[in-house]
Design a protein around this ligand. Structure first.
Ligand SMILES: [Zn+2]
Length: 307
């Protein structure tokens, strides 16, 4: 069955065409963002791919490299893990997880044996992986804690898990290198997305301006209510530039993790950044949200692989 490309619907989540760092409808002028920045309207840059029951999303910025951001739709897992659970430590039947990777891999263009899982711990550690790590996670334990992975090897499918946290995929079409990052609020404050760009520069000689980025579905500012510690960490890391992504509501705060990750990427020199309009906590039929259901949930993933 040919995939159906459907435009995403940003209006459902109140994220309509908000440019990164836009705040309450106040879009930043391009001059305030920086010269040569390509920021496209969110509604046009992410697309849903629908193949039978399977649904995932792809970003225009990553055209030319096989990739996808999963939903919970289209797998074989059951109960609260129904149905496309990609997490191997969620209490799922390992055969179901394996089959879910087969299903998604057939659509995106990898096999379960190609995958390399990170051992995510909300760090800012990036690890360089090669063919030697293929199968880590699904077939043997991942050897090293990290929250970001990079490679220039074809056939190595990098995985970044999420369920509210921000998945970021990176692609340099010039040097042919990729990255996959898990950025929760701690990783976001630590600038792990920018550190992945720096790691690609160091390891592969990438130029940041050649690197293209996609920030996948995660908890939106609409639902990410925090205490003062989260905005304080963002301002400590980024200064006043972080303020437009923070909104005080009474004694609480709402923080836009997508915008802050985009800010880190721009600071690192990345120009092409696409941002998913979807909020994982707003849409329980499509996404798992740790904020919404706690630990009884499956895992989503962003996956990228060079041919
Ligand atoms: Zn929301």
């Amino acid at each position: 069955m040919p995939p159906v490309l459907a435009g995403s619907d940003p209006l459902r989540h109140g994220f309509a065409a908000t440019p990164p760092l836009g705040h309450q409808g106040e879009a930043l002028a391009p001059a305030a963002i920086g010269a040569g920045i390509m920021i496209k309207e969110e509604s046009t840059v992410f697309h849903r791919v629908i193949m039978g029951n399977l649904e995932y999303s792809v970003a225009d910025s990553l055209a030319g490299v096989s990739h996808g951001f999963s939903t919970r739709l289209g797998g074989v897992s059951t109960g609260h893990l129904a149905s496309l659970n990609l997490g191997h430590h969620r209490g799922d039947d390992p055969e179901h997880v394996l089959e879910n990777y087969r299903i998604l891999g057939r659509a995106i263009g990898f096999t379960p044996e190609d995958t390399v899982f990170p051992m995510q711990r909300h760090t800012d550690i990036i690890r360089l992986v090669t063919e030697a790590q293929r199968g880590e996670g699904l077939f043997r334990e991942t050897a090293q804690v990290c929250d970001g992975q990079i490679t220039d090897r074809p056939g190595v499918a990098l995985v970044a898990f999420s369920a509210d946290c921000t998945p970021v995929l990176l692609y340099d079409p010039v040097r042919r290198a990729i990255g996959a990052v898990h950025a929760g609020w701690r990783g976001t404050a630590a600038g792990i997305a920018a550190k992945a760009v720096a790691a690609m520069t160091d390891a592969f000689g990438c130029r940041p301006e050649d690197i293209r980025a996609a920030i996948g579905p995660c908890i939106g500012k609409c639902c990410f209510e925090t205490d003062a510690d989260v905005p304080e960490a963002m301002v400590a890391a980024l200064g006043e530039k972080a303020r437009p992504a923070i909104e005080a509501r009474g004694e609480k705060f709402h923080v836009d993790l997508k915008s802050i990750n985009a800010l880190w990427l721009r600071e690192a020199g990345v120009a092409a950044i696409d941002i998913s309009p979807d909020c994982t906590a707003c849409d329980p039929a499509r996404y798992w949200s740790h904020r919404r259901v706690g630990d009884r949930r499956g895992s989503l993933a962003g996956i990228i692989v060079l041919k």
